[in-house]
Design a protein around this ligand. Sequence first.
Ligand code: ATP
Ligand code: MG
Length: 586
Amino acid sequence: MEFKQIKKVPDDWSVPPNLKNYEQTYSEFSWDSILQELDGLPNGTGINIAYEAIDRHAAGPKKDKLALRWLGKDGGIIDFTYGDLKEQTNRFANLIRTLGVGKGDRVAVLAGRIPALYIAALGALKNVSVFCPLFSAFGAEPVYQRLFRSEAKVLVTTKMQYKRKIVGIWDRLPELKYVLLADVEEDLQENVLSLPKLMAKASPEFTIPATDPEDMSCLHFTSGTTGMPKGAVHVHKAVMVHYMTARYALDLHDDDIFWCTADPGWVTGTSYGVIAPLLHGITNIVDEAEFDAERWYTILQDQKVTVWYTAPTAIRRLMRLDMKPRELYDLSHLRFSASVGEPLNPEAVVWGKEMLHLLIHDNWWQTETGGIMISNYSVMDIRPGSMGRPLPGIEPAIIHKLEGGKVEVETRPNVEGELALKPGWPSMFRTYLNDEDRYKKCFVDGWYITGDLAERDEDGYFWFIGRADDIIKTAGHMVGPFEVESALMEHPAVAEVGVIGKPDPVIGELVKAFVALKPGFNPSDDLRMELQGFGRIKLGSAVAPKEIEFVEYLPKTRSGKIMRRLLKARELGLPEGDTSTLETAE
Ligand code: ATP
Ligand code: MG
């Protein structure tokens, strides 16, 4: 890797990091110590995510502290203290109970980032019902698929979403009893009700029922990057991981103002955009609007955000623009940032350091893992391009599958293999909804196989190679698309790259890159040749792309991941498979 390690210096910490000594914390860690820091339900009746996130703070000095600040896309602001959140979520829990929704019943939400989504998510958890978010821009069919599969009893949405998407599919949804509309004052019909009206009528007092740590909490569909999205089932015990990772990987402190840019339609937006900041009793910022560079910098400035959790796709969009954010905005409050969802190109880390004066800490996890598993830390030097090192309590390994259902654990450094995790961390998914077989296949010889390929260096840093499905076999080499994409990203004309293997009769697969250019650069044969030369210098001729095609934009999931399988299917004229999560599929 060409980029040097970025050494942490004392100036990097305006407040002392929570994790002071990685090795020591990792070796001394116990899950019991995390349990001690959570309250548990009164009278020892279990552990409930919403109680830990809201009620325990509302019962103490944080009652009047700002818990959630909602920034409306039209400029409105709504503030909720911990006390307000308690009351509102109590009302929601009461009202769904009145509608016959109980423990384990699914409460789906199809809405943008509006306050009702947050109230419904946490209120459903209070009732030990299951929160099932549906990304707001899904069309009717993807919504149908997920509602049907989840057997949701209640759906919280808006009038427009209801009319456009639900009316036409409801007769195929036998389990769906009620639709609650967040933006109407009067009921539309006897099973299409006004949520504000129900909220006003519901009691603000609610006693959280006994909650077993293994009770189901959330149902999250995966991003669909590699195929049909899977429904990952999560439980209340996951709260231990949300709490621990927010402390160590996101370095949350009591007076932090935190902004996670992910939408709660995806697991990051729920685990870290709703739950984790509240667990720590801090202030959580929610922005209703879509990405806009000026808006984002303004939010970071005006809200005095201290900790920012975002994604490579957003950072690359900021990088595209020829802006000097530090000169235009006061970003001096921002002290820590992290990124997840895709590999963070080394170039992006360097850009963050130079342009934001901020080190961006990459971390790795999946819908299935429920929380961050591998991360860069405030206290640890960064090796740009590496996902970092495992969280305390998490045991990843590089493994090779052998015949007969056995695995070999790789002990040598810098050897590529499958990234696996030792099962048992509290936020591990408990099954794939209605697909126990597929779930079981993820576990081999005592390891959970993630489907990603990686290697570990001599100091224990993990390096992402690619998804097992995306690996390119070219002239006897195994090439991970990330490596090629990151190299091309270093060229000043390149905004984004997606790399695939294209079948070739001579070398097996040839490396093909789809390149989107920054504003001000135009596709030309000269530029193509230049990029090919650039690739050869950076990567060597065996790995450098043999073909480069300029595209205006790359197909991405709605959570911002490059869909290489689609680039490949289109290149080969094959069926595109499930495109329900494709960004442009409306
Ligand atoms: P599907 O499973 O439906 O194909 P998906 O795997 O993209 O979709 P998610 O669970 O949202 O769904 O994403 C997890 C995956 O995202 C990881 O398995 C990994 O491939 C990728 N990923 C997440 N964070 C990182 C990271 N920091 N570096 C590299 N890859 C990452
Ligand atoms: Mg996946």
